[in-house]
Structure formats: C-alpha cells, structure tokens
Design a protein around this ligand. Sequence first.
Ligand SMILES: Cc1ncc(COP(=O)(O)O)c(C=O)c1O
Length: 404
Amino acid sequence: MEYSMSGGMAVSGNTLAFVEEELGRLHETSLYNEIRTLESEQGAWVVIGGRRLLNMCSNNYLGFAADPRLKEAAKRAVDRYGVGPGAVRTIAGTMSIHDELERELARFKKAEATIVFQSGFNANLGTIPVLVGRGDIIYSDELNHASIIDGCRLSRAEIKPYPHLDLDALEDMLKADADRPGRKLIVTDGVFSMDGDLADLPGVAELARKYGCISMVDDAHGEGVLGSHGRGIVDHFDLHGQIDVEVGTLSKAFGCVGGFVAGPAELIDLLKQRARPFLFSSSLTPPEAAANIEAVRILEADDELVSRLWDNARYFQGEMRRLGFDTGKTQTPITPVIIGEADRARDFSRALLEAGIFAQAIGFPTVPRGTARIRVMISAAHTREDLDFALDAFGRIGREMGII
Ligand SMILES: Cc1ncc(COP(=O)(O)O)c(C=O)c1O
C-alpha cells in the first residue's frame, strides 16, 4: 500500500475504474434506476420534489403503511419497548412482542407455527439453506424472485430451473431424477411479482407428493391480497397442510417491513436454530412488530379492504384493456403495462410524472429485455376518482407515444 506525503492513501492504478464504466453502461442503455424520494408518508398520494403525485407503484396494497391504527400501535410499542431490539433473536433480541406477532401470524395463516425475519428477502435466504444442501436438488420456477434465487445459491444444492409455470416440464425433470438420492425441493413464487400471474399451486403440491419433494411457496404478493381475508395463496387454493413451507412478507400489503415462514412447528423450531439471518442479524424493531400485529388483527376482523383492492384492480385493468394497453397475463392487482424497449418505458414514466402520476418503469434485468413496462400497483387506498385520473393520463400519453 502506498501513502502520499499528505498522509492520505495514494491510489496505485485505478482499481475501481469498472464502476464508472458500469454506471456509464447503465445510463447508455436506459437501465439506470432513477430513485425518487418521497417527502410524505406512503399513500394513494405522495409528495416528490415538492409536488403532490398519485402513487401508482408502491406495494401498499391495503393502505396500511400510514393507517392511523398501525401508527398508534407502533407508538405504543415505542413507549413500552423502545425503538430497537438490541440483539439478534437468539441472544437478547426476542421480546414478547415478537412472540406475539409469530402467534398471531400462525393463527391468521392457519399454520402450526411461524418464524419472523427482518424481511421477505431474508426469510428466503435463511430458509432454503436449512431445507436443502450439497447433494440435494432444487426445482425452481425460472421467474422466481431474486431472493429465492439467492437462497438457492447459498444452499449449495444443485439448482434446476424449470420453464415458467410448466409443470409438465417439471414432472419430466422429477421423473429423470427419481433415482437420485438426497432431498428435493420444489420452490415457486405464489404471485409472480412482475407479471401478476399465479403459480399452479395445486399442481405443485401434487407433484411434490408424487415425487417425495419438499414444497415451498413464496407468497409475498399474495399476503393480504389472495384468499379469505387476505390469508394468501394457500388459502386461495384451499391447500392448508399441503404445502410444506410458506414464506410471506410483511413489507407489502401489511404496510410495514418484515418477512416470515409459516409451517409445521418442528420445522419452525429448526429454522430458529439454523436460519442464518435469524441467528446473525438483529430482529424486527418493536414498532414494526406492533404495527404488523395490528395489521393482522384488522385483516382477521374485516376483509373490506381486500374487497376494495380487488374492485379497484378489476376496474382499472378492464379500463386499461379497453384503452388498448397490453396488461399481460395478470390475475392479481399487479398491473404490468407493457411498453417494450427500456427507453420508451422510461419516457412513458417521465411523461406520467409530468402529468402528476408516480409510476416507475421497470426494465432488464428485473424483466426480460424488450418487455420493459410500467408496473402499476393498485391499492385499496385509491378512490375511483384517483383511478380515473390515472386512466386519463395513461390514455393521453399512450396515444401521444403511439403505444395504443
Ligand atoms: C416474491 C417476493 N419475495 C420476496 C420479496 C422480498 O420481500 P421484502 O421486501 O419483505 O424483503 C419480494 C419483494 O419484492 C417478492 O416480490
């Protein structure tokens, strides 16, 4: 290492030259993320750059992120437990509020037990390496979320992606591997986050049973959205007890942050001993845990918000199709508005911003090249007037850009 006369460290050769090059490439290909900063709370309307904008791209499906009941619960928890957990769960970071959240979630999900993580991402990273390891096989839908992909990589098991939703192809793979020793895991998103389509979970459960595989679903976009009172995709397909491992997030419809796994009590017990983000990263803060408990209680008591979310989604998607937009194959409130090339999607998003609408463009590598889109996220917090305001702007900009 060299030091300059002034005492600072001299750079011998520019080892970080690649950073500038890589950033340059992202800009050139219109794939550089323009990060917008909200100056208000999360809601149907937000303030960005001093302007009030209609928010069409958050995962705040039920409007819980700024719900006064959740805010109050969080404030009460701060008064009682303080702001931080102080440690990881296995040392001194388990407070009664964490145990309570896990019990409430288990009741809500109709599962034997749950374990709470700091995020849905961590839930996948922590869980998959406990289920399988070296010498085992994972069958993973090719469009699974990044956190599943990373969890699979961390496990060191052999990863075999199967074509999106193609259970015939999956069965061929399972047949071919029938004599291979070791554990086998089939893992899928419940709702695919970029397209809004659903996994054929009954089919996955059936194949897992037939070929002796562990079955796992990541229901991040189904929690609070699908099933009775938003209990998720397992409830939607009435598969209670038939999927081994259910991962959920508290960062979308629940309006807070956090993730969890619901499943058999013994599995949850083992995850609490082995899942690395649980063992080596501090737990949810008390206000987060409390707000999540409040969200579960509200959902259990009343599914009015879930109904409103679906009414809004049906209305908006129907009108968008009538206008001539390609909204893909969504089966949920996720509404992809397919534009095509990344620069066109970026221009569309900028025009929407000018018109008072916040809706980010999404391009490669989050979605395949040539399918860049505006991913509209519908919320129960939107009023019919909000949706009409958005439809007006989408229609006008779509015509101006020759997209419809
Ligand atoms: C399918 C899926 N799994 C996991 C996550 C991560 O959830 P969290 O934001 O709680 O980390 C997401 C969020 O984008 C997701 O869509």
